[in-house]
Every structure is written in C-alpha cells, then in structure tokens.
Design a protein around this ligand. Structure first.
Ligand SMILES: [Zn+2]
Length: 229
C-alpha cells in the first residue's frame, strides 16, 4: 500500500505539464517522512479508511463530554483525565464542532449532544476503550490499564489514555470507519486478512511503541471537516 501510494505520486508527476512537474517535485521533497511530519500534515490522497464503517455527520452544533471518575485506576486522577479529555476536544474542535467537558456521575438524559465517559470493564468488552454511538456512552477499561501497568511499570500510560480518549471521542465526531493511515488517532494497524496500515516510511513504524498519535492528526481533522461540512 505504501509502494502503491508513492507509485501514484510518481505517475502524476511524470505525466504532468511543466508547471505541474515543478509543483509536484517540490511537494515530493517537502513531504516530511517522520512520524511528527505525518501528524502535522495531511498530503493529497493520504486520507484512507478501512471498510469497517460509514462516516456520519454529527447532528449537533456542539458536543458535551461528561466524565465520571468512579472506578478509575488510582493513578489516573480526576483532574488528569479531565485535562486529557479537554486536550482531545480542543484538537477535535478544529474540525468545526465545539465541545465542552465537565465532571459528574449522572448523565443528563435529555441532552442529546452529551457523551458520558465512564470506566466499565463489562461494557468495554476487553477493549481498552469502546464507544456506544446510539447510547452516547464512551467506556474505558480499568483492567486493561491495570494490566498495562503490571506489564510495564515504568511506562507512562497517560499517553495511552490520551490516545484512547482521542480515538473514541473521534467516533462521536462522525468518524465511524477506522483510518488506514497508521499515525492517525482513528487508525488500526492491521485487518483480519493481515493487510497493514499506510505509512510514509515503513522503517519508522518500529521506532516507537505506539505509532498512532495521541491526539487527532491533520488527516483525522481533515476527514472530520469533510464529514461535517
Ligand atoms: Zn475505534
């Protein structure tokens, strides 16, 4: 898939008129191949999704994320999680949908734009996080985070929690399908047939434990804009 991506780029540059040639050459060389580059820029043709869902515009002008800290692993303080939710929603709001976040243990059933975030092993069904779009519930798994801490006591799992929140919150911004671009927060790396996600430089993949960004990338935001315009 990566090979194909570069092939497509090269084909259009050789076939293009003189002006196109200059512009395309510049953009080929300007493309930042590092993970940081992939996070901050979304090149033409890079938005790609797995065929696992249909994106859907958000039917509200804004979203409210209500966080219930009950049952959280003790190392994730109420304030820390609230801050991670705020960071994710600040970034997602670049797509044109504003969001507010607050802490509380009772969902407001009459507020249609409220997403209730809570810790629940049963509802998250073995996933680190899960989203129930029709019920507007976002679940985080305490036991998966406990296992992660046992396996890697020195690893700061707030990165993983930030990534999980950004990913699950993205589903509520209308990104239902998963991204095929490895670095996108909405990505998954491999499908059931063993096909891999797309990356600018495959050698970069192994350099970090988690290639996926902790916050929405330029392509996540661009896809969100297209869905919601
Ligand atoms: Zn997902």
């Amino acid at each position: 898939m990566i090979g194909k991506y570069f092939m497509q780029f090269r084909t259009s540059w050789l076939a293009g008129p003189l002006l196109g040639l200059v512009v395309s050459l510049k953009s080929v060389f300007a493309l930042d191949l590092t993970r940081a580059g992939e996070i901050k820029e979304c090149a033409v043709g890079e938005i790609s999704t797995w065929t696992d869902g249909a994106d859907k515009a958000v039917p509200y002008a804004s979203l409210n994320f209500l966080y219930n800290p009950t049952g959280a692993p003790p190392w994730f303080s109420e304030n820390l999680v609230a801050e991670l939710i705020q960071r994710a929603s600040n970034k997602w709001s670049e797509c044109g949908i504003s969001a507010q976040s607050s802490i509380g243990d009772q969902p407001h059933y009459l507020m249609n734009n409220e997403v209730f975030i809570s810790w629940n092993d049963i509802k998250s069904q073995g996933n680190i996080g899960a989203s129930d779009l029709s019920q507007r519930r976002l679940y985080l798994s305490p036991s998966v985070f406990k296992n992660l801490r046992e396996m890697r006591p020195s690893y700061d799992a707030s990165y993983t929690l930030q990534m999980t929140l950004s990913h699950e919150m993205g589903h509520f911004y209308g990104l239902v399908a998963h991204s095929r671009r490895c670095v996108d927060v909405l990505s998954y790396y491999k499908n059931n047939s063993g096909e891999l996600c797309n990356i600018r430089d495959r050698a970069e993949f192994a350099r970090v434990i988690e290639y996926r960004s902790a916050l929405p990338t330029a392509c996540d935001i661009e896809r969100c804009r297209r869905i919601n315009r």
